[in-house]
Ligand binder design. Structure first.
Ligand code: 26W
Length: 831
């Protein structure tokens, strides 16, 4: 007899739970499927009359049911085995949506498919019910999320620590071409993935109190306060579901009601205000990518993350270990950029003041436990905090920093007698104009490993940015080229291509991406090329439908999809891309009979709210788009589209549908890039500069399968002294015509003069990011690329060779290197 659909789902889930080794779950007296149980008992609704959001919650909770036991067992295994644990401290985690990812990683796809069929569920609509948690700005936060996926998949005993911002990255909309920001209240509805652990709250003591006056948070000096960190855990499901690690996010709170009486002396409202002020600390993510604005609240956030996480780490360490000297054998703490660098003085404080160790031992253990990753060379992004803020919030830490510095400078004096310049450069303290702590120096001095995120970046870091420190501690410096998780970025985001790959070479690539190299010979196989092309075409059509439903915009899947998606920043040179389009546009205007390969230029990305030029670049792209749309001579040959609200979900839709990936930063400025890798593994061809990991990608695929152009980092540095953008304006007719068109208000007829700041940056102020220097070679590479597109067999061949060469850029490879070369950590399989 055929099972009823309900029972079939229930059976399948039970089988899966059994497969994961936890034994089938028994509900007393009912075999009701999880999904219906959640609708009935959590949402208290009739299964026949539910909203899509309620369906989402019930499905998410059902998936959580499947992983719960395994999640607990993972932690029990770690407690029992007491392995060396990895702690990844990051002020940002850009996770993306969890439901579909967890289904994929738990290999629950057959169940999801059956549910969709049996219940007639609008699956895509249901997935859209989950907010995309924007707890990060861009590359740094997304890298942290890819690393968590890899560590769980590789069965490494790892925990992520971050902050539970109530408001994530702002939501972007476009009005009259301008970016507008709206708050992202992603926690408006209960998040089924977060488990609150109030019993594991930690106390954080600081030397000032907080109050809200006139809507802003103020510190009250000299009035010590206690803050509470309340953790929420999110499951990080490794592929195959064997290991389920945790991401622990801290929310700030004040002591609860009984403390109220203790502290408030009956002033109930006053005490409540104190609580509200404390909760403000983790209210919002700072939306500034690559600039340190020196906001006091950000400083407190950084300390709060460090204090909560270290208290938790040390508490766990002490549960299983008695001897402090074993700390570096049991604990590896990775600092994701300088944001958690206060871990250096905080760990020293714990070891000195709580464990009562002597300075030398405390210092040795601190350095052996901590490691640091640098993610940017931009000088404006290097964090420096005023020493008054340390004095106000954490004076003991300042004392410790001064003592670290005293010893460091003694060492410099011994090793480089009389070298006053070196002393000033190495010092943890910047003296003028006012005293600041240099967080990068502190991270390097207080840890045993400093790595950059791509070969060129690590090299520039070592030989230029922190040259003096690298000369003192050469053995600490190393490179770990970034990677991305192939589970989210290929298997989940591009099921059509994933299937074509698996059909050709099996499924081994999912956890060993180097196996993609097996595709190499297939580049010469006509039938595989046909499959590959068909997969790309289908994905482009799916993207076009999705875009239409999300934004109302129409794009033609038979045009080249040429994409640049990333934060808007001058060094990333969206403006160079726009200049390229203006030149192409001019060519058609001048020669209306010109036959161009039809192209769609897609942009997406957010500008920091206070970064006026970046916002003007968005406005320019939008005006360019509408001018071209309204120009009949374009006859559908060129289309430009700026897609608002770039987030992980948008990237998952757009990247697999792309033909061309633009990675066109001024050489020497993009530390690594990670979307470049996602495009490559999805079969896009890269047009780009020799910067960041793009250099290594071209090496892997073979430079002849890449479209590299422009100045090298060395040439950029060498020409700084004499570079003159006017020369290009004077001598290159297409460059000149493009700029003249912009300055003639052709793209701003009703807003004359608004693009004058573009003239300032590109000509008057010297074109710091050297757009004009690279425009001609960009156009040349662009011409070669379009010529290749005309030969679809050759295009497919190169695209396949790119996929085949992308194996190195799995975050599994990156994590294997961190584990082996930095952390000395081993897998701890869950038993
Ligand atoms: C203090 C303000 C601030 C905020 C964020 C400074 C710096 C940042 C980040 C370091 C910016 C960032 O996300 N960097 C990116 O990190 C990626 C992951 O390593 C790299 O791939 C990108 O090239 C790098 O820009």
């Amino acid at each position: 007899m055929a099972a009823s659909p309900k029972t079939a789902i229930s059976d399948l889930i039970s089988k899966l739970i059994a497969q994961y080794g936890c034994g089938p779950i028994k509900f007393s007296g009912t075999d009701e499927a999880f999904y219906e149980r959640h609708l009935l008992f959590d949402n208290v609704v009739d299964a026949n009359d539910v909203t899509l959001r309620e369906r989402y919650e019930a499905v998410a909770r059902s998936v959580r049911d499947v992983l719960s036991q395994r999640w607990i067992r993972t932690e029990q295994t770690y407690e029992r085995e007491n392995p060396k644990r990895i702690y990844y401290l990051s002020i940002e985690f850009l996770l993306g949506r969890s439901l579909a990812n967890n289904i994929t990683n738990l290999m629950l796809d057959p169940i999801a498919a059956q549910l969709i069929k049996d219940k007639n569920v609008d699956w895509l609509g249901l997935l859209e019910q989950e907010p995309d948690p924007g707890l990060g700005n861009g590359g740094l936060g997304r890298l942290a999320a890819c690393f968590l996926d890899s560590m769980a998949t590789m069965q490494l005993p790892a925990t992520g620590y971050g902050l539970r911002y109530e408001y994530g990255m702002f939501k972007q909309s476009i009005k009259d071409g301008w970016q507008e920001e709206r708050p992202d209240h992603w926690l408006r509805r209960e998040d089924p993935w977060q488990i609150m652990r109030p019993q594991e709250s930690v106390e954080v003591k600081v030397n000032c109190s907080f109050e809200i006056t006139g809507g802003s948070l103020r510190a009250e000096v000299g009035k010590p306060a206690r803050l509470f960190g309340i953790p929420r855990d999110l499951p990080i499901v490794g592929y195959s579901g064997r290991t389920i690690n945790s991401l622990r996010l801290w929310a700030a709170g004040a002591p609860d009601y009984f403390d109220f009486q203790e502290f408030s002396h009956g002033d109930f409202v006053g005490a409540l205000a104190e609580k509200l002020a404390a909760e403000t600390l983790t209210r919002v993510l700072y939306p500034d990518d690559s600039t340190s604005l020196g906001q006091g609240l950000r400083f407190v956030q950084e300390y709060f993350l460090v204090a909560c996480s270290l208290a938790d780490i040390i508490r766990r360490f002490r549960r299983s270990n008695t001897d402090w000297s074993t700390l570096p054998d049991k604990v590896a703490i990775q600092l994701n950029d300088t944001h958690p660098t206060m871990a250096v003085p905080e760990l020293m404080r714990i070891l000195l003041d709580e464990a009562k160790l002597g300075w030398d031992e405390a210092w040795d253990l601190t350095r052996k436990t901590l490691t640091y990753t640098n993610h940017t060379l931009l000088p404006e992004a290097l964090e420096r905090w005023p020493i008054q803020w340390f004095e106000m919030l954490i004076p003991r830490h300042l004392e410790i920093i001064f003592e670290i510095n005293r010893r460091l400078l003694d060492d410099v004096r011994n090793r480089f007698p009389g070298d006053e310049g070196r002393l000033a450069r190495v010092s943890l303290i910047e003296e003028s104009p006012t005293k600041h702590v240099r967080m990068a120096n502190l991270a390097i001095v207080g840890s045993h490993s400093t790595n950059g995120v791509a070969a060129i970046h690590s090299e520039l870091l070592r030989t230029i940015t922190v040259k003096d420190l690298a000369e003192m501690f050469p053995e600490r410096f190393n490179n770990k080229t970034n990677g991305v998780t192939p589970r989210r970025w290929l298997l989940l985001a591009n099921p059509t291509l994933a299937r074509a790959i698996s059909d050709a070479i099996g499924e081994g690539w999912i956890t060993d991406l180097s196996q993609l190299s097996k595709l190499k010979p297939l580049a010469d196989d006509k039938s595989f090329r046909d499959n590959f092309r068909a997969a790309t075409r289908a994905t482009k059509a799916r993207f076009a439908n999705w875009l239409k439903s999300k934004t109302g915009e129409t794009v033609d899947p038979d045009t080249i999809f040429d994409c640049q998606i990333k934060r808007i920043h001058e060094y990333k040179r969206q403006l160079l891309n726009a200049l390229r389009i203006v030149v192409l546009y001019n060519r058609v205007r001048e020669n209306p009979n010109l036959e161009m390969t039809p192209r769609t230029f897609l942009f997406s990305g957010k500008a920091a709210p206070a970064y006026h030029l970046a916002k003007l670049i968005i406005k320019f792209i939008n005006n360019l788009a509408s001018t071209i749309d309204n120009d009949p001579t374009m006859r559908g040959q060129l289309k430009v589209l700026f897609i608002p609200e770039y987030d992980v979900t948008l990237a998952e839709h757009l990247i697999p549908a792309s033909d061309v990936s633009n990675q066109i930063s001024t050489a020497g400025y993009e530390a690594s890039g990670t979307s470049n890798m996602k495009f490559m593994m999805n079969g896009a061809l890269t047009i780009g500069t020799r910067d960041g990991a793009t250099i290594e990608m071209a090496q892997e695929a073979g430079e002849k399968n890449f479209f590299l152009f422009g100045l090298t980092a060395q040439q950029v540095a060498d020409s700084r002294g004499w570079y003159n953008p006017h020369w290009h304006y004077e001598h290159e007719p297409e460059t000149r015509a493009a700029l003249d068109l912009i300055f003639s208000d052709h793209f701003s007829r009703h807003e004359p003069g608004i693009f004058e700041p573009l003239r300032d940056t590109l000509l008057t102020h010297g074109d710091y990011y050297m757009h004009l220097a690279d425009l001609t070679s960009y156009l040349d590479a662009d011409r070669r690329l379009v010529e290749l597109y005309a030969n679809s067999e050759e295009w497919a061949r190169k695209a396949i060779l790119n996929v085949a060469g992308s194996g190195k850029f799995s975050s599994d490879r990156t994590i294997a290197q961190y584990a082996g070369e930095i952390w000395n950590a081993k897998p701890c399989p869950v038993g």
